[in-house]
Design a binder for this molecule. Structure first.
Ligand code: PLP
Length: 433
């Protein structure tokens, strides 16, 4: 399978090139040049398969031309050493819990898969010195650092804004050591992102170091997110709830939702999608007006969705040949203020005993607002509420327990390198190491 760029100005790339480079030379996003349908026999018996086996069949449709089945199966099985259960919240509303991985957020799936796939390609090329640069406002850094820990030949640099990530998040990528280096930048998240972009465009640095990125622009992080949409469907089918399914996705950069759109194109019978936003409602605005108007992000309590120019929008446009009408047929949008999110967490907890995190709360609220009586709603719970302990405790006026997996990071020693927000500082730091 070859991968083309959403800007259509670069030649098609192999999977290996698309994964190792991350972004196309014309700065577009890579897209697979065809989408394989899954056999109807697979969808009819999907409820009898394990999550790992479902994921392998889906992975095979994407990557089967480019590697041996046994290698791919190992990568998938190692990636998914945890479950993504479907849990009933209300009579017609279910949630897909995507927080049972090592850092307790859905990004674990893509990050772990990408680490293994990149590790495999690097070994094949006999390379030993690939450097992953990743800017984070919290969750991406922890998933990528934990996903790439101990992968041979790859060093990861996590750039994060000093004092602006939660203590739990910081501990998840500053306590690992080994091939993970945390760079504490005296600046904002935007500074971190600017530094990473400048590094990718610095020819001198790129001649000396092999650099790649690990956010959802990379196909190896983005496509595996389709796996759990199939698994969610399998679980709904098991309980006789697989007709008229509406999936509601808390969205920021739109990688997660776009992976769901791919699942639908591959034949997964999902009726429609909902994009749930916080106050950063650029996508909702596009649905309403047909105009895409990126703007600076505003800070909210669902901070992993504070994105003002979603990078995967280009993939959605490409997937639908820029037809606003076709996009509106498949996706509707809702947006929630911090007050509404807090209210949603509180009401859901009081009424059903189910504790949402601020991101999942947007997905839940969108179903409450947009689900029709004959439909079954499923929202994605993208992170464990304990990752936002302080916020949640103020909302429900109750203390919550932090799972052992998160507690474990809290007890370890933080190590980082402090840098200014000047590019020269970052560059000399990278070249020294
Ligand atoms: C990253 C993240 C999101 C947004 O996902 P996108 O793929 O960027 O749309 C939502 N919730 C949580 C908890 C996240 O970490």
């Amino acid at each position: 399978m070859l991968y083309y760029s959403t800007n259509h100005q670069s030649p098609k790339a192999t999977l290996q090139d698309a994964v190792v480079k991350g972004l196309a030379p014309d700065r577009g996003l890579f897209m697979p040049d065809h989408i394989n349908q899954l056999p109807s026999e697979f969808l009819q018996t999907i409820d009898q398969l394990s999550f790992q086996e479902i994921a392998f069949r889906v992975a095979n449709a994407f990557f089967g031309d480019d590697m041996e089945a046994d290698t791919l199966r190992n990568i998938v099985y190692e990636t998914l050493s945890f479950e993504t259960p479907v849990v009933k919240v209300e009579p017609n509303i279910f949630t897909l819990e995507l927080f049972h991985g090592p850092t307790m957020a859905f990004k674990d799936v893509g990050a772990r898969f990408m680490a293994r796939l990149l590790g495999y390609f690097i070994k094949k090329q006999n390379q030993t010195d690939v450097n992953v640069l990743v800017a984070t406002s919290g969750d991406t850094g922890s998933a990528v650092a934990n996903g790439f820990l101990d992968v041979d030949g790859i060093h990861v640099y996590v750039l994060y804004p000093k004092g602006l990530v939660s203590e739990i998040q910081e501990k998840q990528f500053t306590t690992l050591g080994k091939n993970i280096t945390a760079l504490e930048i005296d600046g904002t998240f935007d500074d971190c992102q600017r530094l990473v972009k400048t590094a990718f465009m610095d020819d001198d640095l790129n001649q000396k170091l092999n650099l790649t990125s690990a956010n959802s622009i990379n196909v190896a992080r983005f496509l595996p997110q389709a796996f759990y949409y199939f698994n969610a469907f399998a679980q709904l089918k098991k309980i006789g709830k697989a007709d008229q399914v509406v999936m509601s996705v808390p969205s920021g950069n739109f990688g997660n939702l776009t992976a769901g759109l791919f699942a639908k194109r591959m034949g997964l019978p999902i009726k429609r999608f909902i994009a749930a936003n916080n106050r950063n409602d650029i996508f909702l605005n596009y649905l309403q007006t047909g105009n895409y108007e990126p703007r600076s992000s505003v800070a909210t309590i669902a901070n992993a969705m504070d994105v003002g120019d979603p990078s995967n929008f280009a993939r959605i446009i490409d997937l639908y040949d820029a037809s606003h009408e076709a996009i509106c047929n498949d996706i509707s949008g809702y947006r929630y203020t911090d007050e509404q999110i807090k209210d949603g967490v509180r009401t859901c907890y009081t009424k059903t005993d189910y504790l949402l995190d601020p991101h999942g709360a947007c997905g839940y609220l969108a179903l409450k607002e947009g689900l029709k009586p004959d439909e079954t709603g499923l929202f994605l719970e993208t992170a464990h509420p304990a990752k936002f302990k302080d916020t949640i405790e103020t909302i429900i006026h109750q203390s919550i327990t932090v799972p052992e997996r998160l507690q474990y990071f809290m007890e370890k020693e933080k190590q980082n390198i402090a840098l200014s927000n000047q590019y020269d500082d970052l560059k000399s730091c990278l070249l020294r190491r």
